[in-house]
Write a protein that binds this ligand. Sequence first.
Ligand SMILES: *Cc1c(COP(=O)(O)O)cnc(C)c1O
Length: 397
Amino acid sequence: MTARPALNRSLAEFGTTIFAEMSQLAAETGSINLGQGFPDTDGPAEVLEAARRAIAEGRGNQYPPGPGVPELRRAIAGHQRAAYGLDYDPEREVLVTAGATEAIAAALLGLLEPGDEVIALEPYYDSYAACIAMAGARRVPVTLRPDGDRFALDLDELRAAVTGRTRLILLNTPHNPTGTVLPREQLAAIAELCAQRELYAVTDEVYEHLVFDGGAHIPLATFPGMRERTVSISSAGKTFSVTGWKVGWVCASPELTAAVRAAKQFLTYVSSGPFQYAVAEALALPAEYYASFTADLQAKRDLLAAALADAGFGVMRTQGTYFITADIRPLGLPGAEGADGEAFCRALPHRAGVVAIPSQVFYDHREQGAPYVRFAFCKRPEVLTEAAGRLKALAAR
Ligand SMILES: *Cc1c(COP(=O)(O)O)cnc(C)c1O
């Protein structure tokens, strides 16, 4: 024991995540957990088998190479070329990481100096703020605002947030938690802004294969001048329904890749040996895999969106990701539960046997997120149908 608290100042504000609390509440109340965003069925059988085979054949059971196994780096480069026409050299421009989470952490730790500013779209994925703090930098949120039935970025707000200290924009599209997919014109404008103000972009593209209604993901790196300025991040977890494997990657110029690697080598050094071989095989799946994966999740989105609307929520339109954001105000519940997502989510397991996450935990400006809650739909249809039935209790009150 010392007079100073054990936890350092940069992390003290973050505490433990709401996910642990809500998952515990789900277990205690026997609720359906639509809080955390992981699928309740595992990825393709041949991909699972590839991991078993790699272990049995002694591939990856010992430390793999620092940048990742060559088979996987070549497969990642092949995916970027086939999906987006982006050419990366697997030797110098691709780096395998312990999930997108480590890629984000290493990119921020590798690129930022204390005092630098990072712009991120609020609400944001919970690791962003913590990693920016660990790098000694300052986060500058630009809020996605409700605009009709979706959340939208105001480009003027984004431009106004750039200062002489801004080092990079941390961009997530398709966007967790709102389900927003930034349109091409806005991505073009962001690219222009990065060039004008000499900013880097770190792009979290883990939902690249979950864009619905016939839309397509457009990496920021495909815009003029952006390939050299962008650290593109993705991962196998969401795309192949293997979130426990923690195989992620970075594609960037040699200079940027080296900067990320400089931090990554002292975080995990390497990880997920046999899974790296399996993900290399997953990335070689035919285009039909992605089409049926997207269609499957779109059907789940539709099922849950209809259920939430029936139950009386205001349902925001999900263009991509695993998530639907719902407005609780139209439910007309009395007291705090009627307007405050956190009070609502604490009561919902008792009221209806379903768990959701209050969106305000993803905000610096918590009041902006107060009336919204996030539901995950990456669950089996029978689970979503059961949740739908339970949520009807809210309407029948
Ligand atoms: C799930 C998720 C991640 C984490 O990806 P891992 O590969 O599991 O580390 C990163 N960013 C967003 C927006 C996510 O939803």
